[in-house]
Design a protein around this ligand. Structure first.
Ligand code: SAH
Length: 446
């Protein structure tokens, strides 16, 4: 399990469907690798079919598990005994037969097993899931997430010891994404536990991300428990956002940016703001409430922009200071440059350009491009808040790309904030892949 094999967590943070233009760019470059392919690994030789089901690793391939990294890649497997089905819980052993972990098996995935537990004496059953879920909920309670917010990521997959399970809360509606065969197997148990512990009016399943195909799982989208209200709203730092649970991107809203959006509010007063990749207006509404002089918001999704405009009205914010533009940001930034437009504060929060480190180079060009244009559109003393949610682009690399962009744009800039996802998206120390979101706020010299 090497760094190169690093893949993003069980579910994509940002689906790439909305990013058709970027994908085309990749294809025009002659590399069709903009999407991951589900290469059947076929590399785990069947062991003794009559033996107890279990996975035995190749000699020396137990190291990452001993460091408690919860993934077993197909290439690390010596043999699979028994005739296990996808989603079955299997013991994983090293080459000498010593127990390493209980893991969910998925022969269709390059991540052939995801660890549930490191304890041999632990049963993977309803009690196990009740405890894990209760612990994840307790952590969010203890964090005392803002009083004036009713949205949170309640369960964040591997980071909460529940590989493949994402649960986002929007008021009294829970949205669940199952991104692994193991989570899929326990769907009903998980829904029952969540229903009992959270008492939501609805548990809605949004298991229709691209990453499901990599796991050999069919897309699913529908109500699991209760009934979906006609409209779902999340309140974030007192701002109200309509969430399209059934058809919106990801689970409907990007909760990970909650704290960074709040920071935006404190920086926006009196500024002309440009918010690129605005989705349903998150950063735009905070900027307006923070006293921005004007906010131009751009996104390729007309549906997202319609909700954004409704969100603005629902919060009683001044629509005359807001302009919404449906466009490809790569083209729109060039147009703004050609028109000689400039801004005091630019926000760049694009979708995931690099699902894995293998796509880092192509993605780096995309980040360089938008950041370079961003720097060019900034007035002296202006601020750039720039983000990457690509698991394949590390913090250091992202900072280097942004530094290269500033250099090429001919500006000097200082980093004034290093940003990450909000605390309800914790990062397990043994699973650094959980830290996909990184951001910088930079000030160009006056
Ligand atoms: N900042 C947002 C989340 C952004 S998610 C928030 O706080 O809620 C990324 C957004 O980029 C999506 O809304 C998607 O529709 C949009 N998008 C993807 N590719 C794009 C492109 N080439 N041009 C414009 N928007 C794009």
């Amino acid at each position: 399990m090497t760094r190169q094999k690093t893949r993003s967590p069980s579910t994509p943070h940002r689906p790439s469907q909305g990013n058709r233009d970027f994908r085309n760019r990749i294809r025009r470059d002659g590399n069709p690798a903009g999407e991951q392919k589900n290469t059947p690994h076929g590399a785990s030789p069947a062991g003794n079919a009559a033996a107890q089901p279990g996975i035995t690793l190749k000699a020396g391939r137990e190291k990452s598990l001993l460091r408690r990294h919860p993934w077993v890649f197909s290439g690390a497997i010596e043999r699979v005994d028994g005739a296990p089905a996808s989603g079955d819980t299997l013991p994983v052993r090293d080459a000498s037969g010593s127990f390493l972990a209980w893991a969910a098996y998925n022969p269709a995935s390059q991540i052939t097993a995801r660890v549930w537990s490191w304890r041999e004496d632990e049963a993977i059953d309803t009690d196990f899931f009740s405890h894990r879920i209760a612990d994840a909920l307790a952590m969010r309670r203890e964090l005392k997430l803002a009083d004036d917010s009713n949205g949170a990521r309640l369960i964040y997959a591997e980071s909460d010891g529940l590989p493949g399970l994402i649960v986002d809360r929007y008021g009294d509606v829970l949205v669940m994404h199952l991104g692994s065969a193991g989570a899929e197997r326990w769907r009903d148990t998980l829904a029952d536990i969540l229903h009992e512990l959270c008492n939501p009016v609805c548990i809605y399943e949004r298991s229709d991300s691209d990453s499901r195909a990599l796991e050999g799982l069919e897309p699913r989208n529908g109500v699991l428990r209760g009934a979906l209200p006609d409209s779902v709203e999340v309140i974030e730092h007192g701002l109200r956002f309509n969430v399209d649970v059934a058809a919106g991107q990801k689970t409907g809203f990007y909760l990970d940016q909650r704290d960074n959006r709040a920071l935006t509010e404190t920086l926006a007063a009196g500024r002309d703001v440009l918010n690129c990749f605005c989705y349903t207006g998150g950063f735009s509404l905070y900027a307006l409430r923070g006293g921005a002089k004007s906010v131009l918001s751009i996104d390729a999704s007309g549906d997202a922009l319609r909700i954004a405009a409704e969100n603005l009205t629902a919060n009683g914010l001044d629509a005359t200071r807001a302009e919404w533009q449906e466009a490809d940001v790569f083209q729109a930034l060039r147009k703004l440059r050609d028109q000689g437009r400039t801004f005091d504060f630019i926000i760049l929060d694009p979708p995931k350009f690099a699902p894995t480190a293998a796509f880092a180079e192509k993605a780096a060009r995309g980040y360089k491009d938008i950041n370079l244009l961003g720097f060019k559109l900034l007035r002296p003393g202006g601020l750039l808040a720039t983000y990457s949610c690509s698991g394949g682009i590390g913090e250091d690399l992202f900072q280097k790309i942004v530094a290269g962009a500033a250099l090429d744009a001919g500006v000097d800039a200082q980093i004034v904030h290093y940003l990450h996802a909000s605390a309800d998206h914790p990062v397990l120390l043994s699973f650094p892949e959980g830290a996909y979101l990184k951001g910088l706020v930079l000030r160009v010299s006056g």
